[in-house]
Ligand binder design. Structure first.
Ligand code: SF4
Ligand code: SF4
Length: 137
């Protein structure tokens, strides 16, 4: 009976005297957890274009219905997203889009700092999703 109590007390005291408790944010940043789901990014193919083949699975699985895709085909019959829009204001960062993607084109990134005074920057298109790749090497 007394041993679990002492163990709990020792743990609490250990935490109480450990330092630092806070960090000097924003100069210092906490590295995100391995399974952190931040702002999405598109993976690039060999030509630097998106790997997305506009299959629409991410759009179908998204519970917030915040992905909208218009599909097109090139001269070789290969599908690509003519427009790809992700409304990050509505996104709940569940990660279903990443899980559903059959070609590993979209991933949840590590970025967690994202503020703005207007809605427009949170409406991401293909170019902006490709741009996010640089924050997720
Ligand atoms: S993380 Fe979830 S809510 Fe956000 S775009 Fe992907 S599927 Fe939709
Ligand atoms: S990101 Fe992946 S799941 Fe979504 S349309 Fe493109 S290929 Fe399909």
């Amino acid at each position: 009976m007394i041993i679990p109590l002492l163990k709990g007390l020792a743990f609490t005291l250990g935490r109480f005297f450990s330092r630092p408790i806070t960090i000097q944010y924003p100069e210092e940043k906490v590295p995100p957890a391995k399974r952190w789901r931040g702002i999405q990014y598109f993976e690039k193919d060999e030509q630097g274009k998106t790997k997305c083949v506009a299959c629409g699975l991410c759009m179908a699985v998204c519970p917030s219905q915040c992905i909208h895709i218009v599909t097109a085909e090139d001269e070789n019959g290969k599908r690509y997203p003519l427009t790809y829009e992700l409304d990050a204001m509505r996104c709940i960062f569940c990660g279903y889009c990443e899980e559903a993607c059959p070609v590993n084109a979209i991933f949840m990134g590590k970025t967690y700092e994202w503020v703005g005074r207007e809605r427009a920057p949170f409406l991401m298109n293909t170019e902006e999703l490709l741009e996010q790749k640089k924050y997720n090497p």
